[in-house]
Write a protein that binds this ligand. Structure first.
Ligand SMILES: [Zn+2]
Length: 208
């Protein structure tokens, strides 16, 4: 997912729950996951290359860090961990074929509009057909070059990140579905994470 959409998705999902200082910390940590040093060898940060188990383990590790950080009074670390978690779950819908599999349920009928997407259908999450785009470096790097990158996309294998991603509206007709699924999932992850620590810590986490 491109940074501008990570921003929009995170704000849409969380602005009613977090104060501005907390939201800024969460956004900063979310964006930092896409820094160059995390683009190589960190597939699990972005649900790339079908590294699903590693991505889920990473999400749960960040959730645990939110709780232990809050318990020791370190809200900055809690917001940062939650920001990293939001990045990974948002990338799931942009980098995997979850949305395509969901739309397959409506073959022959008109699918519901994007705001009605279900981001957590268990049979798709557990489906053997679920996969995410593979990064074919060094060729893949050419597809990230602004303006000219799109010309290299057609050279990439069908299972590549370049061919499979729904990172932006210009890259994929399924972007709107990925976007709305990511908003709903981010909201769900907030509620799940908040259920993991003592409720008296919640106002400190939300900082409203
Ligand atoms: Zn990412």
């Amino acid at each position: 997912m491109k940074i501008q959409y990570h921003r929009e998705i995170t704000i849409a999902a969380l602005k009613s729950s977090f104060g501005p200082r907390a939201l800024q910390s969460i956004l900063r940590a979310n964006f930092a996951q896409d820094s160059l040093r995390y683009q190589f060898g960190h597939d699990h940060f972005h649900f790339d290359s079908s590294q699903f188990d590693a991505s889920y383990a990473y999400i749960e590790e960040q959730r645990r860090l939110v709780r232990v950080s809050l318990e020791r009074g370190d809200r900055d670390s809690a917001w940062a961990a939650f920001g990293r978690l939001t990045h990974t779950v948002q990338d799931f819908y942009a980098h995997s074929n979850y949305i395509s599999l969901w739309l397959d349920h409506f073959t022959g009928a008109t699918p519901p509009p994007p705001p009605e997407v279900d981001p957590g259908l268990p049979e798709i999450l557990r489906s053997p057909d679920l996969r995410s785009g593979k990064l074919y470096y060094p060729l893949e790097a050419l597809t990230f070059v602004p303006f000219i990158g799109k010309f290299f996309v057609s050279w990439m294998p069908r299972d590549s990140h370049a061919r499979m991603n729904h990172d932006a509206p210009e890259n994929s007709p399924l972007f709107e579905y990925a976007y709305h699924a990511a908003v709903k999932r981010t909201r769900f992850e907030f509620e799940k994470t908040a259920s993991m620590f003592a409720s008296d810590l919640l106002p400190r986490f939300m900082d409203r």
